[in-house]
Each structure stands twice: as structure tokens, then as C-alpha cells.
Design a protein around this ligand. Sequence first.
Ligand SMILES: Nc1nc2c(ncn2[C@@H]2O[C@H](COP(=O)(O)OP(=O)(O)O)[C@@H](O)[C@H]2O)c(=O)[nH]1
Ligand SMILES: [Mg+2]
Length: 301
Amino acid sequence: MAGGFFERLKAGFGRTAEVVANLLARPIDGQTTEQLRERLIAADFGLTTTNEVVAAAQAAWKNESTIRHAGAAEAAAIAIEQALGSAKTLHTYTAKPTVIMLLGVNGAGKTTTAAKLSWHFQQQGRTSLLGACDTFRAAAGEQLAAWAARLDVEVVGGAAGADPAAVAFDTVKAAAARGVDFAILDTAGRLHTKTHLLEELRKVVRVIAKALPGAPHEKWLVIDGSLGANSIEQAKVFHEAVGLTGLIVTKLDGTAKGGALVAVVRELGLPVCFIGMGEKPEDLQPFNAKAYARSVLGLSA
Ligand SMILES: Nc1nc2c(ncn2[C@@H]2O[C@H](COP(=O)(O)OP(=O)(O)O)[C@@H](O)[C@H]2O)c(=O)[nH]1
Ligand SMILES: [Mg+2]
């Protein structure tokens, strides 16, 4: 993760990171422990991670008589990194095309993320094709097409009312025929017809597998990081419906709920693949657990 990106992540967590950093620089006594606990809970880390972080800070404070100020913060960062556990963060994409399906509720950042991913792969010299499978809202197809034009990437579909599964099928077939590296599929996310949406998404998955055996290779849930722990239940619903392979957490620029990322990872046992820190293409970056853990505590890289 680039240094500048790390700084922005830290700035994004802003006040929370600053307060936590100040608390960890104090003697970890009863009062500090309570305040630390309150802050971590308020940032949506969840009880388990909060207890682990507090215990790690306390232990470091007791043990390291000479460098204990730094020790508590460092120990807390390691506790968060460990809480993110085995979540594999480095992806290797072996299939060509690798089919990535983006799911999530409206407003989570799917369409923007589809474009950003395409840009990310472009930077690595890899090609992609976008599939506009959110055919429920006319604006969604137009939004993706506008991004595609900006990034000079091709997009399949986009007509309002078209069958999303048919668009997915066409996108995957076209990606295979043209020899592009990635097919990135944007999907619908209307919540008010949840059952129907989940059925539709399952159908899209089935049809993609018919277009290309083994696909979709990735089913990533895009979640709005500013919603905090509220996104956990949502994530479970999508995971049960289609079997997710990873998470993309958006809007980590300027949220006090940055801890929810850890809570979601623990709850679902899924890796965070990318995080979004703004609305520009370069604002999507591969997730780095260590950088996240340090920045959320206000530590330097
Ligand atoms: N600040 C910020 N805004 C974002 C981020 N990702 C997406 N957005 C904005 O969130 C809004 C909804 O995004 P969109 O991609 O349309 O969501 P979708 O309904 O899931 O497709 C748009 O205004 C995006 O520009 C992010 O990482 N940070
Ligand atoms: Mg959209």
C-alpha cells in the first residue's frame, strides 16, 4: 500500500484514530482501559476484538517497563492484525478471463468499484470488460457506461429492463472471445424486493457458470464502510444466498466506524480484497491488514 494511501486511510479514520492513539500513549490503567474500550466499541470493532485489543495493550504496558508507551500501541495493532486472521489478501488470478461478480445493496459503491477495479487492472497492464447487469435502474447502466468511456474500457449491456443473467452471459462470452483478462460484473442491489433480488443473483451465478465452467471465480460483496456493524446482517444474507469469496469495503474516507471491517471479517470469515477511500479510480487499493490496523490506531506506517 502506497505511503500516501496509508496517510489518507489514517486521515479517514480521523478523530477516532487520534483519540485511540492518545489513549494508548497513556498509562494503561483502569480509567484509560475503560475509555479505550468505549472508543473501540463506538468504532464498531465488536466486543471480541475490543477485548483482545485492550488485553494486548494492558499486557504490553505491564511487561515492557522501558518502552511501554510505544509497546501498548504496537501490541494493540498486532491484535487487530491478528483478528483479521488468515484472510488472504494477496490475490492471484489464474483463469482467463477471471470473472468477478460484484454484489451489494444500492448505494454501497458497486458501480464505482467496478470502474475502479477496471482501472486498477489497467495499471497492471491487464485488460477487462465491464458487464452492466444492474438493469433494474436505467441510471446504473448509464453510470457504468460513463465510467467505461472515461477509462476507455468496453461495457456490455446497459439497457434498462434487460435480463441481468443474459447480460452476464454475454459479457462472459465476449470476454472469453476477445481474450481479455477480467470480466467485471456490476449487479442490482434493490433491497425492498430482497427475495426476488437474491433469486435473480443466484440465477446470474448459474448462467455465468454455463457461459464459462468454473466462473464466476470471485463473488465480492461491496459494503459501505460508513454503515459500521449494520452491514454484518446484510453481508450474511448475501453470503448465504450465493457463497461470497471476498469483501470490498468502500467509503473508509472519513468514517468513525472503521472498526466494523474487522467485525465483518470475523463474522463471515471472508477476506477483504480491496478498500475504497474516495470516488476517484485510484481511490481503490488492495487491502493490507497491517496498514489498516496501524492507521485505525493512528500509528505511522
Ligand atoms: N466517499 C466515497 N464515496 C464513494 C466510495 N465508493 C463509492 N462512493 C460513492 O457512493 C455513491 C454510490 O456509489 P455507486 O457505485 O453508485 O453504488 P451502487 O448503487 O452500489 O452501484 C456514489 O456517489 C459514489 O461516488 C468511496 O470509497 N468513498
Ligand atoms: Mg450501481
